[in-house]
Design a protein around this ligand. Sequence first.
Ligand code: GN1
Ligand code: MG
Length: 369
Amino acid sequence: MELSVLVNKFDIPGRLVTINPTGTGNVNDTYLAIFRNTFDEQQVILQRINRAVFEKPELIMDNLRLLISHAHRKLEKEVVDSDRVWQMPKLINTREGGDFYVDERGDYWRVITKVASATAFDETQGPEHAAECGAVLAHFHKLVFDLDTEELHDPLPGFHITPRYLERYDATIATPGGAERLNASMEARRLAKFIENRRDFVHVLQDAIKSGELTLRVMHGDPKVNNIMIDDFTGKGTAMIDLDTVSPGLVHYDFGDAVRSICNPAGEEELNLNKVVFDMDLCMAFCKGYLSQANEFMTEADHRHLFNSIRLITFELGLRFFQDYLAGNVYFKTRHPEQNLNRARVQFRLCESIESRERMIKDMLKALA
Ligand code: GN1
Ligand code: MG
């Protein structure tokens, strides 16, 4: 079905002017559509939910509805005392009144409003940007702090349980296709060795949950740099987007994921590994921005696991990209067959860079606690 026909299944005021792909998401397909009438314009985001990833799109729509109404209620209340207007997209219903439209191929489509006058950057622009990202993530955590974890579905069970990715990796290299890809290049074998040397470490956060040191709260699930929108006029953070992975989890998964993304100014697709370095200035700025607010709800045990979360989530994403490469690129969207291999090289290099700065990062975190 034509995109223009599809988007018109939704109840959007005005007439469609243009619709074009937008963003660089690795999972869903995202388009920006502009509707106009004589005196107004509405920009909306149309998305096809990737069913290979989200097997039950209904669950993410249930969560989204719950989250949005909770957030809108709270944000309206705090607006008088706030230094800015925080934005949170709104769901737009179909003309029949549903949350999403299912097309003739069984694909799920939904429409949300676009966050106004704001930009999501694929690479961190500098310490000020990093600090804003920290402030946005902390604000988000406080916003969802009182959302009942029992009411939320878990759309991707085990999403950040690193040992499960290791099991999946082991299963993949035991298949003929996986073994063949692993043995086809020196880089693939080098990455396999990198994983072997870190097998014991993958359990750190799961162990901390089991021992009761860390408890599950509501997390964003994917707070990388380009899911944080920065206001075009003020340079301040204004919204977190990509809310499909909001679910019960550890705030550490978010902290680690944000840090690994924000402190790697070369980005996730860099080909020259010499450019992939964990940037301490960006880390300092992000952590100041985050912890100046998050210290309100962080326990001493929470603090103790912050370094591990940075190292682990970076390793985990590398493992996920590498496993997907070995499995034949079935999960993350790719433009060429080696792309996931390269993405894995980048995350593993970043992980090494984090490991070599362990003392510095820990001292810095201690000073900010
Ligand atoms: C995916 O869709 P996108 O690009 O926002 C992935 C994240 C990864 C990220 C790496 C549901 O997010 O977990 O960190 O790629 N999302 C899912 O770029 O797997
Ligand atoms: Mg995402």
